[in-house]
Design a protein around this ligand. Structure first.
Ligand code: PEP
Ligand code: MN
Length: 357
């Protein structure tokens, strides 16, 4: 039986914002069989909207970049077979046009697009006068204004039904999460746009299956309006994000085990308190990563300086033997290469000796 907090219809949920919206499906649409198989299995476990990436923004060229427009009818028929509305990522006006033609029910703007106001504006322009829901992921960097700006650009062109998706923020250090959640950023968005539905994408936050249940529960406790979770019928063979996708069965277990708290317990102050304690946890994690990094860099610096000083001593020794009878005293001038006489530089064996030190 469907828990009362989960809703059947995406459009009713958008209208009422009652209950939780669950977006699930593969990271990428890979074949018709894969997306249908996954969708049918997922539909048994409470799903509001079926997702599947058609065009994949990959960091490096040469990786699987999505099946492209050929996959749109596959996604659509997976939706029909499973009885679910479908959504995919758009990154250009051409993608929007193809999706509208294929009857895709909702679009989503990915993190690498939200970061680019020109692209967002182009997408917004292509949606003028079109009544389709749009999910907007946060930008990859923790800048709430970019996220707000993307939503404003879409609203400015008349897009009414918008859902924010919190998928965490990129980091250059190795941490527990692939994209740390930095919960205060979605909280700021909520303060600015309290009526905007906001769901959480634990799959892209975690980057690994291991923490998805815990982050999903965090998101529910923090009053998010739903989740977006990647699920693939065979995650180990997935062409993208293999480590973070759940099987439909694992997805079902996760949803069954989620605790939906009463929203009447003062979500704002509770959210604030949880945000602050999570922030402290994250800062502590960052501090320990940074301290370890500092230690490694200072060891490397020490090794470099030791090498340099032995190089300088060798240089001074060679100069001393070359300058024989010359005026300057290399031992007193170790710091400056320029002060050695030309004669010191004459022997290529000497230079080689320096390089090999
Ligand atoms: C995705 O949802 O598969 C994806 C690429 O997401 P993001 O834009 O959050 O990286
Ligand atoms: Mn993905």
């Amino acid at each position: 039986m469907r828990p009362p907090q989960l809703v059947d219809s995406f459009s009713i949920w958008l209208e009422t914002r009652q209950g939780k919206c669950l977006v699930a499906g593969p990271c990428s649409v890979e074949s018709e069989e894969q997306v249908i198989h996954t969708a049918v299995a997922l539909a048994q476990h409470h799903v509001t909207l079926l997702r599947g990436g058609i065009w994949k923004p990959r960091t490096r060229p040469g990786a699987f970049e999505g099946v492209g427009a050929i996959g749109l009818p596959w996604l659509k028929s997976a939706g029909e077979v499973s009885g679910l509305p479908v959504t995919t990522e758009v990154a250009t006006p051409a993608h929007v046009e193809l999706c509208l033609k294929a009857g895709i029910d909702a679009l989503w703007v990915g993190a690498r697009t939200t970061v680019n106001p020109i692209m967002v504006q182009e997408i917004a322009n292509s949606l003028a006068g079109v009544d389709i829901p749009v999910l907007v992921k946060n930008p990859i960097n923790p800048d709430v204004d970019l996220w707000l700006g993307a939503i404003e650009r879409l609203r400015g062109k008349g897009v009414q039904r918008i859902v924010a998706v919190h998928r965490g923020f990129s980091t250059h250090t190795r941490r527990k999460y692939r994209n740390p959640p930095l919960w205060d950023i979605p909280s700021k968005l909520r303060q600015q746009m309290p009526d905007l539905p906001m769901i959480c994408d634990p799959s892209h936050i975690c980057g690994t299956r291991r923490f998805i249940a815990a982050v999903s529960q965090d998101a529910m406790d923090l009053g998010f309006d739903g989740l977006m979770i990647e699920s693939h019928w065979s995650p180990e063979t997935a062409l993208t994000d293999a480590k973070q996708q759940l099987t439909p069965v694992q997805y079902g277990r996760l949803i069954r085990e989620l605790i939906f708290r009463q929203e009447t317990q003062g979500p704002t102050s509770e959210m604030e308190l949880r945000n602050l304690s999570r922030e402290i946890e994250e800062i502590e994690g960052e501090l320990s990563v940074l301290l370890t990094k500092r230690q490694q860099v200072s060891r490397a610096l020490e090794r470099y300086l030791n090498r340099q000083s032995s190089l300088t001593r060798t240089w001074a020794r060679i100069c001393a033997s070359r300058c024989n009878g010359n005026e300057h005293k290399p031992e007193e001038e170790e710091e400056s290469d320029e002060q050695h006489c030309e004669a010191c530089l004459s022997s290529s064996e000497d230079r080689q000796q320096m390089i090999e030190m």
